[in-house]
Design a protein around this ligand. Structure first.
Ligand code: ADP
Length: 518
């Protein structure tokens, strides 16, 4: 994604900014004050344990999407700063990877405790820079922290193997060792959790990391990194750079010292990173776009289906890669479901995420709203009907009305691509076979949801869906203890759970020979 706001060298921040004085209303101001007082408003990059500006002084402004206010400015870094961050991660690797598992585990546990201690400030920061409602932001902090807790425990369970040897004077061993320096590139929709889900297992395994958070939401990443330092994670183990994304990306890709790239973001950028990793043959984990089907069968419990699909669709205003993107509804239940679903959507409150009761915040930027408008216009021009919403919200900015579109079909953009906004397309279908064929008719394969009371159908359909995650009668399924990741063009590798550790480990075979006493 293109950089949003590159400010001029030496631009003043915060209190001296006229933007700040002109716009900032009471709630955001109070929130920012609280974060500043806690010491967690960090506005520099972190390289080798030192807070640093960009070497040429360039900055990027971070805005509140709900108000347009400038919250802070952070350094606009590039190749030079990234090279230094890689060097610091590389030189720290030898000491960090040699600590005992218990020592690394303890440092991670301290980090987890500090994140929980500061969860209110972190949640405010997430709402301020990303826009999601404060309740969801708090949910993200708990979810994000859970990866650090889980992987602090897993650090102690990196077991190898002893293989029965084919010759009596040999012993065959398998060691699991950290992959080395990791480059982690993360998106704006989960400013904390997408980082902890990568850094948690990396650090647990003994890797060191250079993180590049999204330029839209760097403040949460910087606050979390500060807490890591406070927790006793040694300087250089976790480095944060942000700014010119392609330049930082290229520097990570070209470095022979970086042995692994882990990325969450768009499929287009993921493909570029995969291509760029070839020259140095890096290990890769990619968590890319989805196009989640949510299948409601005639035999579903309607209340469960409405509640589940609503949660799966409208979380973070539809801006997650596991959001229900196509709600496929069987003909016999279609009208009843549509009515109940619309009623539930009408009950959602749109507004600034800091305001109590808000369940739908703004979209991240103007481009996101234009994409939603394009998809809705495409659908109506091809015969679909907007049965709720379908317009920008009268709050202005990037607020969009929670929307339901009926009679969507395979020819429409709403069916083919990820809308990444608060638009629920309803797609009628006749048979189970039709539903499976429609669901799998995409290059994506991240999350899928089904609603049915039939146990045999639950199994049959779950197994037939070409997806990495399947929710049965449940719309919110992510947890640190289960593997998260996609098939087809939704990505490579898994995050979270014991499987998430393998992504940061190499398997080494050691053959001990000539063991007969002479
Ligand atoms: P989204 O549309 O969800 O923001 P992107 O793939 O554009 O998805 O962004 C995800 C992350 O990838 C962000 O941190 C962004 O800055 C970064 N990014 C974008 N382009 C590149 C690139 N060419 N190389 C490396 N990182 C990039």
């Amino acid at each position: 994604m293109a950089m949003r706001r590159v400010a001029l060298q030496g631009r003043h921040l915060l209190s001296s900014s006229h933007l700040f004085r002109r716009h900032m209303s009471t709630e955001p101001m109070a929130a920012l004050d609280r974060i500043r007082k806690s010491g967690l408003l960090k506005t520099q990059g972190l390289v080798g344990g030192k807070w640093v500006d960009s070497y040429d002084g360039k900055k990027i402004e971070v805005q509140n999407p709900a108000t347009g206010d400038v919250i802070a400015s952070v350094p606009c870094m590039g190749s030079k700063e990234t090279t230094d961050a890689i060097s610091s991660a590389y030189s720290t690797y030898s000491s960090w990877s040699k600590l005992t598992a218990a020592e690394r585990s303890k440092a991670l546990r301290n980090w987890y405790d500090l994140i929980i201690k500061h969860k209110d400030e972190l949640a405010l920061l997430i709402t301020l820079e990303q826009g999601k409602p404060i309740k969801e932001a708090l949910g993200e902090v708990n979810y994000g922290a859970s990866f650090i807790e889980f992987f602090s425990e897993e650090a102690k369970r990196i077991y190898g193997d002893i293989i029965p040897a084919p010759l009596s004077d040999r012993r065959l061993l398998v060691l699991k060792q950290p992959v080395g320096v990791v480059g982690a590139i993360t998106p704006w929709n989960f400013p904390l959790a997408m980082i902890t889900r990568k850094v948690g297992p990396a650090l647990a395994c003994g890797c060191t990391v250079v993180v590049k958070p999204s330029e839209y939401t760097p403040l949460t990443a910087l606050a979390a990194a500060d807490l890591a330092l406070q927790a006793g994670i040694p300087p250089g183990v976790l480095n944060i750079v942000m700014g010119n994304a392609p330049e930082i990306g290229d520097t990570l890709l070209k470095s022979t010292q970086v042995r692994k790239i882990t990325f969450t973001g768009s499929t287009a950028v993921g493909k570029k990173l995969m291509e760029g990793s070839a020259s140095t043959v890096k290990k890769l984990s990619l968590e890319l776009g989805g196009n989640a089907p949510c299948i409601v069968f005639d035999d579903a419990d309607i209340d469960v289906a409405v509640k589940g699909s609503l949660a799966a669709k409208f979380r973070n205003s539809g801006q997650t890669c596991v959001c229900a993107n196509r709600i496929l509804v069987q003909e016999g239940i279609y009208e009843e479901f549509a009515k109940a679903f619309v009623k539930a959507v009408q009950g959602m409150q749109v507004g600034n995420g800091l305001v109590e009761g808000t369940s739908q915040g703004p979209l991240i930027n103007e481009a996101a709203v234009q994409k939603v408008e394009k998809f809705v216009n495409d659908a109506t021009s091809k015969g679909a009907n907007v049965i709720l919403g379908g317009r920008r919200h009268n709050l202005g900015m990037t607020f969009y009305e929670p929307t339901v579109v009926s009679n969507v079909n395979r020819d429409m953009l709403l069916f083919k691509d990820e809308v990444f906004g608060p638009v629920a397309p309803l797609v009628p279908f006749k048979t189970e076979e039709d539903a499976i064929s429609m669901a799998n008719d995409t290059n994506a394969g991240l999350a899928a949801y089904i609603f049915t009371k039939s146990i045999p159908r639950s199994w049959r359909v779950s197994e037939a869906l070409e997806y990495g995650l399947v929710g049965v009668n449940e719309g919110i399924i992510s947890t640190e203890v289960a593997p998260f990741g996609g098939v087809k063009q939704s990505g490579l590798g898994r995050e979270g759970s014991k499987y998430g550790m393998d992504e940061y480990l190499e398997v080494k075979y050691v053959c001990m020979g000539n063991l007969k006493e002479t």
